[in-house]
Design a binder for this molecule. Structure first.
Ligand code: HEC
Ligand code: HEC
Length: 323
């Protein structure tokens, strides 16, 4: 009986504070959409490079997603707080604006939710969101920008929206391949032959398709006979998903090695040799992965084409930001 008496008291307190919030929101003047996007992206960029997002202030998102490496880290598997090794290889973020699923296993549906994973993963940033948010609120710039954008204090919503907005701004088309395709700039015979092999004879473009060079599907490309990391099976618990991973973009592939979800290939040559062999036998291996033979010249051409996907302005653009 005693307990029931407390309930109405609780409700009164709760509804009072809610009314106060409603008054605050009505004073709030929203920014026009262009200014909103600009400010949100700026906030996201600052957060992305801010080491205070990790529990011991030692690493930021950019520690594992380095701009000059097309937002990868050059390691087989990433290294987080206390030198701990992350589960997988760091993927490029360059095409995330055009994707509908995230992580190598394709298990996360939105960029906003994705951000909460590295933040809390004890092998990556090791933070607790409930403790991190009050800390970030003490940053005057973050808090006042959140109030200007949303009419409320800096919170987990602001954090995830801003990081997502920044990452969606990272798509560029300034590679040799883009100049050829978009502006008709002449390229080498080797690049042309390589693209022909990629698109037609070898049918790589069945999976690595379109401007992002991925159809965003989940596939088994025959990397192993037995997978230590079962990929999409971790999400679906369906054995027909063992060894299936999200088809990665090939934009900037020259600078995003080592390759595959576990960084098991150091070079593009090794990747091509894997595909030439037709991959390892696995009951889920895609029918599109079949053995083929290339001459040394053709292998070079395929690699020239892959290297033509490197963005020419990436490094200079980000150097400018840092200077
Ligand atoms: C310790 C290194 C590390 C840190 C720090 C880190 N990441 Fe990652 N990131 C990774 C790895 C490794 C993966 C692949 C994870 C997987 O597939 O399970 C990944 C995956 C991603 C993806 C998915 C990309 C795709 O194509 O599916 C996004 C987006 C991303 N990270 C953004 C962030 C953001 C935002 C932060 C900061 C809040 C961050 N990362 C911090 C290593 C890191
Ligand atoms: C059936 C779909 C499919 C086809 C066809 C395919 N790939 Fe892939 N590719 C994948 C998947 C899935 C991965 C990631 C596998 C993993 O990490 O375990 C991948 C990874 C790669 C990578 C490494 C990317 C990175 O960031 O680590 C390269 C390079 C690549 N493929 C090139 C090619 C080339 C060249 C061809 C044609 C000879 C080809 N692929 C054909 C599905 C495919």
């Amino acid at each position: 009986m005693k307990r029931i008496l407390y309930i109405p008291v609780f409700f009164i307190i709760f509804s009072c504070s809610q009314n106060e919030n409603i008054e605050k929101i009505s004073e709030f003047q929203p920014l026009d959409s262009l200014q909103f996007q600009k400010d949100l992206k700026k906030l996201g960029e600052k957060l992305f490079f801010d080491q205070s997002l990790s529990i011991d202030n030692s690493i930021s998102c950019a520690s594992c997603h380095i701009p000059a490496l097309a937002f990868t880290d050059g390691k087989k598997r990433s290294i987080g707080i206390h030198n701990r090794t992350a589960k997988r290889n760091s993927p490029t973020l360059i095409t995330v604006a055009h994707q509908d699923k995230f992580m190598w296993d394709g298990g996360i549906k939105t960029l906003e939710l994705q951000a909460l994973v590295p933040l809390q993963d004890t092998n990556e940033m090791g933070s607790k969101v409930s403790e991190l948010i009050p800390e970030l609120q003490m940053n005057q710039w973050y808090d006042s920008l959140s109030r200007r954008l949303y009419g409320h204090e800096f919170n987990a919503f602001t954090l995830t929206q801003a990081l997502s907005c920044f990452q969606k701004s990272l798509y560029y088309e300034n590679s040799t391949f883009d100049e050829w395709q978009n502006e008709g700039v002449e390229v080498s015979k080797s690049i042309k032959n390589g693209y022909d092999l990629f698109k037609n004879r070898l049918n790589c473009a069945a999976c690595h398709s379109g401007k992002t060079f991925t159809n965003s599907s989940i596939e088994n490309n025959g990397l192993y006979k037995t997978f230590l990391d079962p990929g999409h099976f971790l999400i679906s618990a369906d054995s027909s998903d063992i060894g299936k991973f999200k088809v990665p973009t090939l934009r900037n592939i020259e600078i995003t090695g080592p390759y595959m979800h576990d960084g098991s290939f150091e070079s593009l040559e090794e990747v091509i040799i894997h595909y030439e062999s037709g991959g390892k036998d696995h009951f889920n291996k895609s029918k599109l992965i079949q053995p083929f033979e290339l001459t040394d010249e053709e292998r070079k051409d395929l690699i020239s084409f892959l290297k033509s996907l490197t963005d020419k302005q990436l490094k200079s653009q980000w150097e400018k930001v840092f200077n």
